[in-house]
Design a protein around this ligand. Structure first.
Ligand code: CAO
Length: 419
């Protein structure tokens, strides 16, 4: 038994944000039926191709445990099939450009008429307002949601981050919205509309930067290195480099081998509770009682001196040696791990967060499994479907098409090539 067993998802998602959401729901046991355009499919199938003729990793890594049906939803027969799917399913998830579903004839009003229990969940770039009609991709969301203006170094350009907080982050928000709407439906008996705008999702993840915006209005942000350097603050939360910016100052420091290995670095946090251990480890026992260093408040204007001294010590150790020495002393540190190191990580493999999957077109590949672990709902990662692989199966077993009616649907061309 899986957590979402029995829940049917009509998956109208493409690219990254929506597929992230429906992949999670599939991992928790929902039957996810991905609707794609005949002969074309989700555009990512053929983007960033590394094995000619095979679905790309971009697609396979975001569409595990789903079934694929191809339907031209703009044809009359296609609309009929889609209507039957709406009647059968519990949730419709989509991340089309604004109004695309209305143009197809399946806007919220129509969906409610067909199935009042249907939960209709959407990712859009922006919520209602002056930008609601805009198409949005990951980096646009990072810029519009406050991440870019607060990422990077203060004297340099805004930066986007590698973590896909706009796409995958919003997919996570949407998955939560769907699950709570399903719970509410058990008491109301009704579906509802769930909207996760990417700008709002990114802003939610940047919440601490809005905290700092308001603190800045009351005085300089003392936890930012800029303060100790005597550099003036502007009117908005600045980019803070690698400062933790929170209550416990931290920074990325060089480790042994940094001259040749771009990832020979560690994150080092000078947590107040273990300050004395930090002083011992780095060979500065005199700082324990020196009034210039003994308290967190006294240390704030001296972060450059403190971290450059700690770095002299970390440069003499590998990032893993730093971890091995600091961990037993409860000093919070973290190695900067490359994607290669993560892919090979034994613990992540043991927990199923890194898994190997077999695919008929591309052979074996490595992917990220479900990062959320439920003790009573185990996840088994199943390869992504080929385009239209389950068209006939869904038409017959989910929608009950048989005999002449099935032949008519196939002959109409509305579902593309059927295997
Ligand atoms: N049969 C027939 N037509 C279909 C179909 C099917 N099975 N599936 C999709 N289509 C049609 C849509 O109806 C739409 O047609 P119209 O524009 O003529 O109404 C068309 O295909 C393309 O949809 P789109 O506008 O969503 O796609 P796009 O490539 O132009 O835009 C994107 C992509 C991502 C910018 C846009 O979908 C978007 O802004 N989505 C919301 C925000 C979002 O999720 N962004 C994250 C993207 S990365 O995860």
């Amino acid at each position: 038994m899986k957590a979402l067993e029995g829940i049917k998802i009509l998956d109208f998602t493409h690219v990254q944000s929506g597929p992230t959401c429906t992949q999670l729901l599939a991992w928790f046991g929902a039957d996810v039926i991905k609707v794609e355009r005949p002969g074309v499919g989700d555009a990512t199938r053929k983007q960033l191709v590394d094995v000619p003729g095979a679905d790309s990793l971009y697609f396979t890594m975001l569409n595990h445990n789903k079934r694929s049906i191809t339907i031209n939803t703009k044809s009359e027969v296609g609309k009929e099939i889609l209507t039957r799917l709406v009647k059968e399913c519990d949730v419709l998830v989509e991340n089309f450009a604004p109004s695309a579903l209305d143009r197809m004839g399946f806007g919220w009003e129509e969906i409610q008429k067909i199935n009042p229990r249907m939960i209709m969940a959407s990712v859009k770039g922006f919520g209602p307002g002056k930008y609601e009609d805009c198409k949005v991709y990951e980096n646009v969301a990072q810029c519009a949601g406050g991440s870019a203006s607060t990422t990077g170094f203060p004297d340099d350009v805004p930066l986007v981050t590698g973590a896909q907080i706009g796409d995958s982050g919003t997919g996570l928000h949407l998955a939560l919205g769907i699950c709570v709407a399903l719970i509410q439906r058990t008491t109301t008996g009704k579906g509802q509309r769930v909207l996760a705008p990417m700008q709002d999702g990114v802003l939610n993840l940047c919440r601490v930067k809005l905290r700092d915006q308001q603190r800045l209005e009351r005085g300089p942000l003392k936890e930012y290195s800029q303060y100790g350097r005597g550099e003036a603050f502007g009117i908005a939360t600045p980019r803070a480099g690698n400062d933790s910016g929170g209550g416990q100052p931290g920074r990325i420091l060089k480790c042994k081998g940094w001259e040749t290995d771009p990832n020979s670095y560690t994150y080092f946090i000078t947590q107040a509770a273990v300050w004395k251990s930090v002083c011992e480890v780095i060979g500065k026992p005199e700082w324990k009682d020196d009034p210039d260093f003994a308290t967190p408040e006294a240390r704030l204007p001296r972060l450059d001196l403190i971290f450059s001294t700690i770095e002299e010590w970390t440069k003499s150790k590998t990032k893993f040696e730093v971890m091995d020495i600091c961990n037993p002393l409860n000093i919070p540190v973290g190695p900067i791990l490359s994607m290669k190191e993560l892919a090979e990580d034994e613990s992540l493999r043991a927990t199923g967060t890194i898994v190997e999957v077999d695919h008929p077109e591309r052979g074996q590949y490595t992917t990220v499994g479900c990062p959320i672990k439920l003790s009573d709902s185990q996840v088994e990662v199943v390869r992504s479907p080929l385009l239209g692989e389950h068209t006939k199966e869904i038409l017959t077993t989910v929608l009950g098409y048989q005999g002449p009616e099935l032949d008519m649907v196939i002959r109409s061309g509305a579902v593309g090539e059927v295997h």
